[in-house]
Design a binder for this molecule. Sequence first.
Ligand SMILES: C[S@@+](CC[C@H](N)C(=O)[O-])C[C@H]1O[C@@H](n2cnc3c(N)ncnc32)[C@H](O)[C@@H]1O
Length: 196
Amino acid sequence: MIFLIRSSTVELSKYTIKNIPGSSGRFDVISRCILSALLGNDCFQKHVQIWIFLDKYGTYIFDSELLDHHSFPKNELKLANCLVELIINKNNLEKIPNNPLLGVKISSMQFFETIKTFLDKGFATAILEEDGIDFLKHVNKIDPEKQVFIIGNQSGDFLESEEFLELNIPKYTFGTTSYLASSIIRLIIFYLASNN
Ligand SMILES: C[S@@+](CC[C@H](N)C(=O)[O-])C[C@H]1O[C@@H](n2cnc3c(N)ncnc32)[C@H](O)[C@@H]1O
């Protein structure tokens, strides 16, 4: 299964680990979503990817099959620090030989280009929002190996963009209550695991 999340607010010039939410345009949401998507019990989830689209810094692909669980930073602060270091040095990775995220693919693919590519490859794609088709009523029709889930960031603002209307992507919901993006990712993994 593949998760896509985009942020236009992440801004790292004043990033400090002492106050990640306030100094980075909510980079904490991104690191929490990465951990939610990848971490299982003492191992990575199988065949899970999370693609992070940062409008100011590019695209970062975390593939559970390509990353080393042993060295992977497993808490929000450590992951945020390592990822900021990777982003800042993305054109000089030789400067950060000990960064545990060197297995992350740095891509120039854009958000909607990526969605269209997965659709062309026959993947089902769905947006997660506080209104839409009840996810639980639909879960046993989902093939995790061929499914892309689009999750909103702290505001979910980009989910309202015109381009989605053209793509006519279905919306799944876990009800009208607004949950954290990282919680929605855990819920999806939990229910798909218990249904497959
Ligand atoms: C914190 S929410 C975004 C803010 C929320 N849209 C609001 O207006 O307060 C983060 C993302 O998690 C997903 N999400 C949150 N609650 C959800 C729900 N009940 N069902 C499905 N997705 C949900 C959506 O993708 C949302 O954009």
